[in-house]
Design a protein around this ligand. Structure first.
Ligand SMILES: *Cc1c(COP(=O)(O)O)cnc(C)c1O
Length: 405
């Protein structure tokens, strides 16, 4: 069938897509900066950022330029050959972080899969084949492969898929005593998000983070930070671990890394990387020149004082407006997060209506997200204008009035 004769609308989704999502009723067709347009030409302010992905907004000119230039130069070589963009991006990521080695993949889950495999492999090569325990946290989220969903702390995402990878222990987040009770010399890794994203926008406390570092050192376990959502400037620093003065052994990043183009990375040290050798892990697409060229431009643009320092003032504009809504409707019990990863927790009696608010917001022309149970999440572009924030919040305020007024 010719492309133009297929009716593509929201009803089509229910006929042709695996029913694992329940997308909004409108279909976006175009984006520019922090504005998006649907099939009917209706315009929206985007506070969702494609779930913390489009950190430079939609169709940022520098990213479009790189997409076009590299798209006419070289797309893919496989890992049988290296390429210039992959080497440039890896060099810039290691220069900007604690890390010395990079593994590229295509999604957050794959970067985490690599991280967990590396932690297990390193422990078995350097210490003992019995050093396999992974400690992770309730409400943690690390992706949807079977290993990552098993390390994630939400059994509803891993139940029903058959036997799970073994020796993974979950304890409450920000509870150092609970970690102390289960960590031992058979532990190969402690895995956390510095700011829990999907679980409800909960930052680790400084004492918790430092305590985990100390416990890992004591038991020769690796501290693995999943910065798939919190990384690439979202927190106001390039990576959220910089807020804590605690260095991870392995860090993963994805979402905003390609500004909307699928690419992810796992970062680590020379010492840990040296456990691996050609053939122990890999992926066909990972580190392809097109993805890496785009991510290099995203990194060059985000890792500047101008963008990183702009995050805090934008957070203030958001919280000002949220507090204004709260003075009117007394809706939120807490506004939390770091930088432009903002969670506004609905009071318990309002939490069942979180999804209604999402739909009402879309009807008023603003795209928002939820997280955890009853948390309204904002993960907008890091360069969103003040005008877009004020306008989107005015629309949200109308939606709040319709649902809770
Ligand atoms: C989104 C997310 C993932 C999974 O990334 P995918 O690209 O969907 O595989 C993993 N960890 C965290 C913290 C995330 O927010």
């Amino acid at each position: 069938m010719a492309k133009e004769t297929i009716a593509v609308n929201r009803e089509k989704f229910d006929q042709v897509i695996l029913p694992v999502y329940a997308p909004a009723q409108f279909v976006p067709v175009k984006g520019k900066g922090s504005r998006v347009w649907d099939q009917q030409g209706k315009e929206y302010v985007d506070f969702s950022g494609g779930i913390a992905v489009t950190a430079l907004g939609h169709c940022h000119p520098a990213l479009v330029d790189t997409l076009k230039t590299q798209g006419e130069t070289l797309w893919h070589t496989s890992n049988v050959f290296t390429n210039e963009p992959t080497l440039r991006l890896a060099s810039k990521l290691t220069d900007a972080t604690f890390a010395e080695r990079v593994f590229f993949a295509n999604s957050g889950a794959e970067a985490n899969e690599a991280a967990f495999k590396l932690a297990r492999y390193y422990a078995s090569v350097r210490h003992s084949p019995y050093k396999t325990k992974i400690i992770a946290f309730h409400h943690g989220f690390h992706g949807r492969t079977l290993f990552t969903v098993s390390v994630g702390g939400q059994p509803k995402y891993s139940d029903g898929f058959g036997p799970k990878p073994a020796d993974i222990v979950h304890v409450p987040f920000n509870d150092l005593g609970a970690v102390k009770a289960v960590i031992d010399d058979h532990t190969c890794a402690v895995v956390l998000e510095p700011i829990q994203g999907e679980g409800g926008i909960t930052p680790a406390t400084p004492e918790f983070m430092q305590g985990l570092r100390d416990l890992c050192d004591q038991h020769q376990a690796l501290l693995v930070m999943d910065e798939v959502q919190s990384g690439m400037g979202r927190s106001g620093k390039l990576f959220a671990y910089e807020h804590y003065g605690v260095t991870p052994d392995i860090l993963t990043t994805a979402k905003a890394l390609g500004g909307g183009f699928p690419v992810s990375a796992m970062l680590t040290t020379n010492e840990i990387a040296s456990a691996m050798s050609p053939g122990t892990h890999g992926t066909t697409y990972g580190g392809n020149p097109l993805a890496c060229a785009i991510a290099e431009t995203a990194l060059d643009t985000i890792n500047t004082p101008e963008v990183l320092q702009g995050v805090e003032i934008r957070r203030q504009w958001f919280t000002e407006e949220l507090e204004k809504i709260n003075r009117h409707f007394s809706l939120f019990s807490e506004i939390r997060g770091k930088g432009l990863l903002i969670g506004a927790e609905l009071k318990p009696q309002y939490q069942p209506k979180a999804r209604d608010l999402l739909h009402a917001a879309a009807a008023e022309g603003v795209m928002i997200l939820t997280a955890g149970s009853g948390v309204i999440r904002f993960a907008p572009s890091l360069v969103i204008t003040e005008q877009d924030i004020r306008e989107g919040m005015a629309r949200l305020s109308v939606a709040v009035g319709k649902v809770f007024g």
